[in-house]
Design a protein around this ligand. Sequence first.
Ligand code: FAD
Length: 472
Amino acid sequence: MTSKALSDHLLGLLGPNGWLTKDIERYQADWLNRRSPQILGVARPATTEEVSAVLRLAHDANVPVTPQGGNTGLCMGSVPENAGAIILSLSRMRRIVSVDPQDFAVTVEAGVVLADLNGELENHGLMLPMHLGSEGSAQIGGLIATNAGGSHALRYGMMQDLVLGLEAVLPDGSIWNGNRSLLKDNAGYQLRRLFCGSEGTLGVVTKAVLRLYPKPRQRAAALIALEDFQAAVGCGAGLRREFGEFISALEFFTETGLDLVLKNISDLSFPLETRSPVYMLVELSSSSASVNLMAMLETALGEAYEQELILDGVIASNEAQRLRFWRLREEMPEGQRLEGAQIKHDIAVPPSRLDAFVSRTCAGLKGLMPGLRINLFGHLGDGNIHFNLSPPPGVVEFGDKGDGLSHFIYSQTTAAGGSIAAEHGLGRTKLQHADTLRSPVERRLMRLIKTAIDPKDVMNPGVIVRRNLDQE
Ligand code: FAD
């Protein structure tokens, strides 16, 4: 089938609102403004059956398809690398199908935006405990496809831990209906988990049954200043032991990131008098009104201060102040983006190794590029660091040094027993590094899975696995 014939077919199938070939620039650029080559068009199916028909046509015509959700992914998985490809946007599939309070479950179409879902769940006293800076745009399908983590993963797990059931359309158009609302379902391979983190390479997630939790009735948050990472990890572990299941977030950022957000984002302020190398944001929450979280946090921080484990700390006295603490942490990506050129890395190491890892890696990086600004922030509790770089002040680009800097970070991470892709996935941008660092057996396993489900390599080619591994 020619491209023209395929385009005509898709127009006939989806109508002018469902098949777009003009004014599609916004679909072709991702959140960091990286663009795809000229594509055939954007399919916006409204039902699972339409997704199936689009995939069948593309499969038969050997035309690659890239699923796209909220387009907030940070590894360039949401825009195609091939000219003539199709972007399949889930933006018209945004129905909340049913909320089931007794099962603590909700069934949604893949295009539902996370913040919209939690807005609706509030009416039922429930929540999907996934919290991230992009929640106003990120969609359920995208969150599943990237196996998103976010700041509550420490307590509630990652997206894979919140998916009870799933419906997906496979590359040849067949529909797998695994929409069961069960926590316990060991009837064979864990197919639902296979799609978590598959980044659009195995098919299109069209529907999901998600696990819900009671919405907290109270929260208490504190911002803490610390001497260094060793102190932060020690203090974080102490708070986890003390508060157990009440800890819902243990986040961190550094002085470099604080400088960038305060410089580049006008309506932010910093509540502590003490400036220090590392800051931690701790939050406790409970669905019970009868535990006194505020008093618990005050006691613990008072003791930590007396024992000189922390330099300073402040507890949010009301909801508005709590949200202001969170904005400081969540505006870290934006504060750095506004500064100009940057290289992002999303890595994880076991928290116990974090201090030595950070010291060693930062020293090595500064040797490779003197004056480099290293902005570390992320999820302290799970050792997940957004290890982001800005060039030295006054320098606008990394020149030819960028790849070497990334490779250094990734090899140090691997040596420390860590992961080079903690929560954002591999996309297109990290595939080369992953292939260099993962073992031949792991590479082969990934390729076997991809080939078994998508032998024609039409689903989001160039993401997660390389094409030509025949020699392995
Ligand atoms: P997209 O960006 O549209 O797509 C991402 C990948 O999923 C692509 O490979 C795409 O092909 C695939 N995909 C999308 N929808 C489907 C579908 N229905 N079926 C199959 N494949 C699909 N991530 C975190 O994990 N934790 C964070 O704390 C976090 N914070 C962020 C903060 C900011 C400011 C930004 C911009 C991003 C952040 N992210 C974070 C990254 C991003 O928001 C997540 O990866 C999110 O899950 C992507 O969802 P999306 O709907 O935007 O997907």
